[in-house]
Design a protein around this ligand. Structure first.
Ligand code: GTP
Ligand code: SPV
Ligand code: MN
Length: 583
């Protein structure tokens, strides 16, 4: 296979000249191709097959111990003007960036095969879908891209018809963190990544294309590319409402996207459209519609069990690539909180001993096709997407942020999103558990200046009067002993119900300076072991603490300087003034 599209052929030729591979293979996405690559990787140790009786068609990949998460400090947005990348991104001038990274690509594929991976982000027949081609020297990336995107022949056909595609060049290089860079050139619709084989750094369709490059395109074209799950909530009357939720990495998107309703909620159903990324467009009627650009899940493994996330637990019993989990003596995958089995080997491939760190890396991941998920929505492949009733922001905060509150209107909702703060997680290399600002859960993923991004968000209120309402949730409040106050997981449906009822003007709320909150009686806690006192803690607003928070949000916004939209600063001033008045 090659291509009739001249610019694509020329690009592949020029990359081959630079990187000097032994072979070039154009991926067609077939099962036969996948089987051959999998067999080759099993033979050379890149993959090992897990217990085929209990985990049919499941494989384990152990990555280099230095290469287990995204690397925000090595991720760059290279726009011509530094201001366009903004204070939220690392920046390098495009010319210098190309020179630096091309020097690392020179000869990098010697002794390896160069794979050309055409892919489509979004349903293949959707007008909202976008195309890309990833060149990689990693067969592990190829088999992951086959699960995560619509990859192969059909994508190439559409690329040849449209002529436009995002160029992504990837090599695992020598895995030396000193020679690892993830670079984005939004003005050229291109990505260059070297030195890592890990998910977000290497599966270029995901964070690099579908968020960083796409967010940049979305701004000029009038849509949004967001770090959001998309889920349909069906009530016992058979009505389904779709919501999209932005939570930072490892803060509960996959879990919420496929939650199992609690036993007290007979007749409720949950339908997964997406678990990580949403592309949102205004339709002709002014309604916001969402598609999931992905075709699979690259999800956090630890913590997944029959109680917390049964749909995920079941779907990863077969056809799954595990990355950096432990193993049992029976050659089954094992991770912390799996609740069954005993680990004998850890994620480094060494024999497991208690007290010597976890068996599974905290950011170990599963890769699995969305069609394996029992709650996969019948509208997940709809070319026109699903209509969104509510947008929900969230963070992981042991203090301060209530269980749920509703923004007063769209512009206030943009402030709520811009002010999101969350404790850092193992999804990025770096310190874990430190509260930082993560606006709209997009801090690591916005491909341009956050000031311009907020301006773009604000502009939607002038374009439509049918926008979804905006909310903020926090499943992660803790008491002094570090125990979670809210049971979370499936029980989160109780909070989602209030959100949907609010959207239909069917639920009460009390107005506070930070937004509208339910009273404890407005959340159905039937059958739940949460005391009235805890509920009132979860649903209270600490005015003193919030005054400090709102001042900090103001300082944060000011750090964006002249480009900061005045309307956003005004929202912050209004909330702060109300907090001061309430004092
Ligand atoms: P990325 O894939 O990194 O974008 O993460 P995500 O937002 O999809 O996070 P995920 O759903 O995988 O959850 C990450 C971790 O948070 C897992 O260990 C979950 O078990 C845990 N978690 C998810 N939801 C809840 C909840 O409601 N309460 C508590 N306490 N923990 C949760
Ligand atoms: C995240 O870190 O938000 C992820 C995993 O979803 S990765 O694809 O590595 O970005
Ligand atoms: Mn994510």
């Amino acid at each position: 296979m090659t291509t009739t599209l001249k610019p694509l052929q020329e690009w592949v030729d020029s990359v081959a000249e630079l990187t000097q591979p032994d072979n070039i293979h154009w991926c067609d996405g077939s099962k036969a191709e996948n089987d051959r690559l999998t067999a080759e990787m099993c033979a050379n140790g890149t993959l090992s097959q897990l217990n085929d009786e209990t985990y049919p068609n499941c494989y384990l990949h152990l990555s280099d111990p230095s290469d287990v998460a995204r690397v925000e400090h090595l991720t760059f947005v290279c726009t011509a003007a530094e201001e366009d990348a903004g204070p939220n991104n690392n920046w390098m001038p495009p010319k210098a960036a190309h020179e630096k990274i091309d020097a690392l690509f020179a000869g990098a594929m010697q002794g390896r095969t160069l794979y050309v991976v055409p892919y489509c982000m979004g349903p293949i027949d959707s007008p909202y879908a976008r195309l890309g081609v990833e060149i990689t020297d990693s067969p592990y990336v190829v088999v992951n891209m086959r699960l995560m995107t619509r990859m192969g022949k059909a994508a190439l056909n559409r690329i040849e018809k449209e002529g436009t595609f995002v160029k992504g060049l990837h090599s695992t290089g020598d895995l030396d963190p000193e020679r690892r860079f993830i670079m984005h050139f939004p003005e050229e619709l291109s990505i260059k990544s070297i030195g890592s084989g890990y998910g977000g750094n290497a599966l270029l369709g995901k964070k690099c294309h579908a968020l960083r490059i796409a967010s940049y395109q979305a701004r000029t074209e009038g849509w949004l590319a967001e770090h959001m799950l998309i889920v349909g909530i069906e009530n016992p009357q058979g009505e389904t409402h779709y919501i999209a939720c932005a939570f930072p990495s490892a803060c509960g998107k996959t879990n919420l996207a496929m939650l199992i309703p609690p036993e007290t909620h007979a007749g409720w159903k949950v339908w997964t459209v997406g678990d990580d990324i949403a592309w949102l467009h205004l339709d002709d009627d002014g309604r916001l519609r969402a598609i999931n650009p992905e075709a699979g899940y690259f999800g956090v493994v630890p913590g997944t069990n029959e109680k917390t996330n049964k749909n995920a637990f079941d779907m990863i019993q077969r056809d799954t690539i595990y990355t950096n989990v432990g193993k049992t003596a029976d050659n089954e995958p094992w991770w912390e909180d799996k609740k069954s089995g005993t680990p004998t080997t850890d994620w480094r491939g060494q024999s497991y001993t208690k007290g010597n760190g976890p068996a599974a890396h905290p950011n170990s991941r599963f890769t699995v096709a969305a069609t394996n998920n029992a709650s996969y929505s019948s509208l997940a492949e709809a070319p026109e997407g699903v209509p969104i009733s509510a947008l929900v922001f969230g963070g992981r905060r042991r203090e301060l942020a209530p269980l749920v509150y509703e923004a007063k209107d769209w512009n206030h909702g943009v402030l709520v999103g811009a002010g999101v703060a969350s404790e850092t997680t193992a999804a990025n290399i770096g310190e874990v558990g430190v509260v930082r600002r993560d606006p709209m859960a997009m801090k690591p993923f916005c491909g341009y200046n956050f000031a311009d991004y907020w301006n773009h968000w604000l502009s939607f209120s002038e374009r439509s009067d049918k926008l979804p309402r905006i909310f903020h949730v926090n499943w992660f409040r803790q008491d002094e002993d570090g125990t979670f106050l809210w049971p979370g997981f499936g029980e989160n449906l109780r909070v989602i119900r209030w959100i949907i009822d609010r959207c239909q003007n069917q639920a009460d709320a009390r107005s506070t300076p930070i937004g509208n909150l339910p009273s404890p009686a407005d959340i159905d806690t039937t059958g739940l072991d949460v005391s009235a006192e805890t509920m009132s803690t979860l649903l209270s607003v600490n005015l003193d603490a919030w005054r400090e928070e709102m001042k900090a949000v103001g300082e944060y916004l000011d750090s964006y300087g002249e480009r900061l939209p005045a309307a956003l600063r005004k929202e912050q001033e209004t909330v702060l003034a109300e907090l001061q008045k309430a004092h």
